[in-house]
Ligand binder design. Structure first.
Ligand code: AMP
Length: 170
């Protein structure tokens, strides 16, 4: 299936020069959305995954579905100040702007097998920060799934050595 047909480009959003990849046009199509989830889950169905970590906010959409399919718990990686209990945090730079991301310190146990998921890999700063947080808590990353990867930004270089899979490449 040509998933890219269902992605809408929004030029100059949220800032001039950024072409925002709008995935809402894919999500409203139930057949395409379920095929995306099946594809993301494919290589993990026979593996033991303890937790799926989804990155705020669009990573939650895929992460919740994947945790259901894989029989794993779901862990939200959230922007600063959103998680109510004790957190660990990392700061990082985005394709646009700077940010801080957090995990609850009790969300991952040493040795947990983790599938990390987000909608889009751009510069890799966000995913790299979450990889650091998972690693600090002793989690072992089994793989990272993205719906979209912007190849020209070389984000995967920041995730060196990890199993990375993206359904759409630009
Ligand atoms: P990065 O840390 O540069 O890899 O940025 C990835 C995060 O920013 C993801 O959570 C994306 O949802 C969001 N993002 C970055 N660039 C874009 C873009 N061009 N279109 C849509 N989302 C983006």
């Amino acid at each position: 299936m040509e998933f890219e047909k269902y992605i809408r480009d929004i030029p100059d959003f949220p800032e001039k020069g950024i072409v925002f990849k709008d995935i809402t046009t894919l999500l409203i199509n139930s057949e395409v959305f379920s095929k995306v989830i099946d594809k993301m889950a494919e290589s993990y169905k026979k593996k033991k995954i303890d937790k799926v970590v989804g990155i705020e906010s669009r990573g939650f959409i895929f992460g919740g579905m994947l945790s259901y399919i894989l029989g794993a718990g779901f862990v939200p990686a959230r922007k600063a100040g959103k998680l109510p209990h004790k957190t660990i945090r990392e700061s990082y730079s985005l394709e646009y702007g700077e940010s801080i991301i957090e995990l609850h310190e009790d969300s991952i146990k040493k040795g947990d097998k983790i599938l990390l998921v987000d909608d889009l890999l751009a510069t890799g700063g966000t995913a790299e920060a979450v990889v650091k947080l998972i690693t600090r808590l002793g989690g072992e990353i089994s793989g990272i799934e993205f719906l979209i990867e912007l190849d020209f930004l070389n984000g995967r270089e920041k995730l060196d050595g990890k199993k990375i899979h993206s359904l759409i490449h630009y």
